[in-house]
Unconditional design. Structure first.
Length: 384
């Protein structure tokens, strides 16, 4: 079990290609249930896991490839084109150095920005403490667990959101919500906390910092958040009657209608979870579509399950094989000490009754039946 240049290269190529294909398929689908959202989250997670665990196991078999792949590996990994003092570096060594420096800078910037954001929360005012503290015990009973959290509000906050790895915070716009709306909003964020969605988003953000050079992870970031919202909606409305689910959907619409995007909006924390987007876009429509269908008999999308099954199979198979470069040895290195290079494409074996002859370079050499069989196994053709 080891990590090599070729295992890392294959992990990046496999993960990015699979993620890109799944993401393109996802954009063309309108999900019908939260189960399908979970399946997509699972496939995304498997691909990311493959990216960060590029291991060659003892059973992994190398598949040789020549041509452009071999030339690429030679230029990037084998050739030492750079020198510094007494050390020689390849392009691969340079990439690792730049990768490491970039990852440290990205992680430092993210953690500092996150810490500043968390400190700024304590400067906000509490949202109607009497109403909140009256509602929370009822919501804890509904969830079956108690989650310590503080609810703040601010005019600069456009959408209700939850944040905090240790102590949880719920941040609301400075709007006077009805008791029903406030109950739905708090429940939504508490479900995010209970399901550990904040930890998922925080870890995903760390991955994007470490793999800062990989655009596919940034491409999936929005869809990853959307799928978590669908999963949360399902948990919130699981035991609600249809009329309450309609009110929950109306609450989301009300939140969107009260959004006023400033000319220079502040960058929000990537590790927070938001109840709604700033417009009723395709994602919000998909959420409402799923919520409407949960009380009806519906046909699951078989394509989602097929995609998940194929992804799991490819994920497991990706650890079985790995491409490795194949190089033909130069003829001048072969033809030494009286040895002669024989090209299978220009040589062959002739069989005349029970006699065998080897033809190469215009020469005819008698050989035994055993030698003929050995040469056939080596790739030489047998002609009558």
């Amino acid at each position: 079990m080891k990590i090599t240049f070729f295992s890392c290269l294959f992990a990046v190529l496999w993960s990015d290609l699979t993620l890109l294909i799944i993401h393109m398929l996802r954009k063309k689908m309108f999900l019908a249930s939260a189960v399908e959202a979970v399946l997509f989250l699972t496939t995304y997670t498997l691909c990311i896991f493959r990216l960060i665990i590029p291991i060659d196991f003892s059973f992994t078999k190398g598949i040789p490839f020549g041509g452009l792949f071999a030339s690429f590996c030679d230029i990037i990994f084998l050739q030492k084109n750079f020198k510094l003092f007494s050390y020689s570096f390849s392009w691969w060594n340079i990439f690792l150095i730049v990768w490491g420096i970039g990852a440290l800078i990205s992680l430092f910037y993210f953690l500092v920005r996150y810490q500043r954001y968390m400190k700024g929360i304590n400067l906000l005012k509490l949202y109607d403490p009497k109403r909140v503290y009256k509602l929370l015990p009822k919501l804890y009973t509904h969830l079956g667990k108690s989650i310590s959290c503080t609810v703040y509000c601010s005019p600069s906050i456009q959408v209700p959101c939850g944040i905090g790895l240790f102590h949880k915070y719920i941040l609301l716009p400075d709007i006077n919500y009805s008791d029903k709306e406030l109950s739905f909003i708090l429940t939504h964020e508490l479900v995010h906390f209970a399901n550990g969605h904040l930890y998922f988003k925080f870890v995903y953000q760390l991955f994007t910092c470490v793999f800062w050079w990989n655009p596919i992870l940034f491409l999936l970031q929005s869809d990853f958040s959307h799928l978590l919202e669908i999963r949360c909606d399902a948990s919130v409305t699981k035991h609600l009657p249809p009329e309450d689910t309609i009110e929950y959907m109306n609450t989301i619409v009300h939140i969107i209608q009260n959004i006023h995007i400033p000319k220079h909006p502040k960058k929000r924390a990537e590790s927070s979870v938001f109840l709604a987007e700033c417009t009723v876009n395709g994602f919000e429509q998909e959420r409402f579509h799923i919520l409407r269908l949960q009380y009806k008999m519906r046909k699951m999308l078989p394509s989602v399950y097929i995609i998940a099954l194929i992804t799991i199979m490819l994920f497991l198979f990706s650890y079985v094989i790995i491409p490795i470069p194949h190089y033909e040895a130069p003829i001048e290195e072969i033809e030494q000490d009286g040895a002669i290079y024989v090209d299978p494409a220009k040589s062959w074996i002739i069989q005349k009754e029970k006699d065998y002859y080897f033809i190469f370079s215009g020469k005819i050499i008698p050989i035994s039946e055993y030698d003929a069989e050995s040469l056939v196994k080596e790739g030489f053709s047998l002609r009558n």
